[in-house]
Design a protein around this ligand. Structure first.
Ligand SMILES: Cc1cc2nc3c(=O)[nH]c(=O)nc-3n(C[C@H](O)[C@H](O)[C@H](O)COP(=O)(O)OP(=O)(O)OC[C@H]3O[C@@H](n4cnc5c(N)ncnc54)[C@H](O)[C@@H]3O)c2cc1C
Length: 388
């Protein structure tokens, strides 16, 4: 067991940090308050080899490890938190599911543009009546031979106001085995994108409406029975979410630590008050613990998909610790931390969302409890006996 990065990982982290300092530091504050997807950053990252890190070179990716992608999120977020969203998009988000299961023709058509930062992709999974209970999704896809006719509504899709294509979970038939996914292009007749709504984080999302939307059969990503595959690759997305949570918490913690070293009240630097020292000691303990859980999940996955259990543990820990650290950082920086002139309040707002997105902390704990007790706990009401 080795708790140190390898020499190559250290070198890689240093290279990403230098890139971030040179290209992303200057506009970090402005970028954080701009809801539009930063395509300029995506192009820069592509040129630097930071898009498609875990995607094979034969598909236009870099052929690296999940750990390299986690390191990239950490180094980028430490300089420009908002730009970590581009790392998420280019390495962890629906692009990863797409790269895993797309046909050669689908990859040829879209993957190059996605990796180059010319196009962003959005994930349409959640529905008004299917949030945590995602397998209740009702968006239907019915074959008419050459096309699938899609009907339904999706909500909360990240990047939807800017996306060129959408990876949409659909139902071909009843039950878990009836779920799969299709790729829908912006502008497809029958597909309308509603006006943007805003999350507390400042990010925008639009409702996606499908009304007899004809999707060519060659745009099917996963047919009936594809749900388990989708969720397996969704664990990569969850690790990106975990890495960003912790990196944003660390960003806020670092800013707060520097602040209390120099800010004087009652004639002494704030860090000389034991009430604040213990807050930092507590934060350091939690940060280190969550970090190890994240690295375990990413490190064990190497070039494959991470384990569902290790991902659930890492995400629950990183989401909670990231938010708690950012929240505490706001407190110890006083009104300055609460002000939009620092990115500390931004980190707190972003971390809050990740406690809900991509599998809420409660749903992850349900998954962890199943591992603890080595049995499945059905979340649905027990079926009444036929005799009742
Ligand atoms: C920032 C952000 C980005 C998102 N991006 C996307 C995206 O790109 N694409 C997409 O499709 N969706 C996206 N979502 C939606 C996200 O997937 C859902 O919010 C999530 O699945 C929870 O669903 P819900 O909001 O409907 O809450 P609900 O499912 O209604 O849950 C409400 C509360 O009840 C708890 N709860 C529910 N069931 C249980 C249970 N069995 N046991 C214990 N507690 C339970 C939940 O944890 C939660 O706290 C995003 C959400 C956020 C906040």
């Amino acid at each position: 067991m080795d708790f140190e990065f390898t020499a190559e990982q250290k070198l890689f982290a240093e290279g990403v940090r230098k890139f971030a300092l040179a290209h992303l530091k200057k506009d970090a504050l402005k970028r954080a308050h701009d809801p539009r997807f930063p395509f300029d950053v995506a192009k820069l990252m592509h040129a630097q080899g930071l898009m498609g890190i875990t995607i094979p070179e034969t598909d236009g990716g870099v052929g690296g490890t999940l750990m390299d992608a986690v390191i990239t999120i950490e180094q980028i977020a430490a300089v420009c938190p908002r730009s970590a969203d581009v790392v998420q998009f280019g390495n962890f988000g629906p692009i990863r599911t797409f790269a895993e299961y797309a046909t050669p023709a689908q990859k040829k058509r879209w993957l190059g543009d996605l990796l180059a930062g010319n196009m962003v992709m959005s994930l349409g999974m959640s529905e008004p009546e299917a949030g945590s209970a995602v397998t209740d999704l009702a968006t239907s896809a019915r074959s008419d031979g050459s096309h699938f006719i899609v009907n339904g509504t999706k909500v909360f899709s990240t990047f939807s106001p800017d996306a060129g294509i959408f990876l949409v979970y659909v139902r071909y038939a009843p039950g878990l085995g009836g779920i799969g996914s299709v790729i829908v292009e912006r502008g497809t007749p029958g597909f309308t994108i509603g006006p943007p709504s805003r999350f507390m984080s400042g990010e925008e999302w639009s409702e996606l409406h499908f009304e007899n939307c004809r999707v060519p059969a060659e745009n099917v990503l996963l047919g009936p029975g594809g749900f388990k595959k989708q969720i397996a690759s969704f664990n990569v997305e969850r690790l990106g979410n975990s890495a960003r949570s912790l990196a944003f918490g660390r960003y806020a913690y670092d800013k707060a630590r520097e602040h209390v070293k120099t800010r004087q009240q009652f004639g002494r630097p704030l860090c000389e008050f034991q009430g604040l020292q213990w807050k930092f000691a507590e934060m350091a303990i939690r940060l280190e613990g969550a970090q190890l859980l994240l690295y375990r999940a990413a490190g064990n996955a190497e070039r494959g998909l991470p384990s569902a259990y290790e991902t659930a543990v890492a995400k629950a820990a990183c989401n909670q610790v990231g938010f708690d650290l950012a929240h505490e950082a706001v407190q110890v920086m006083g009104a300055l931390g609460y002000s939009s002139e620092t990115l500390v309040e931004y980190c707190m707002r972003r971390c809050r969302g990740w406690m809900i997105a991509g599998g809420s902390i409660e749903m992850l704990k349900n998954r962890i409890a199943e591992h603890v007790f080595d049995r499945r706990f059905d979340q649905r009401p027990q079926k009444r006996e036929a005799a009742e």
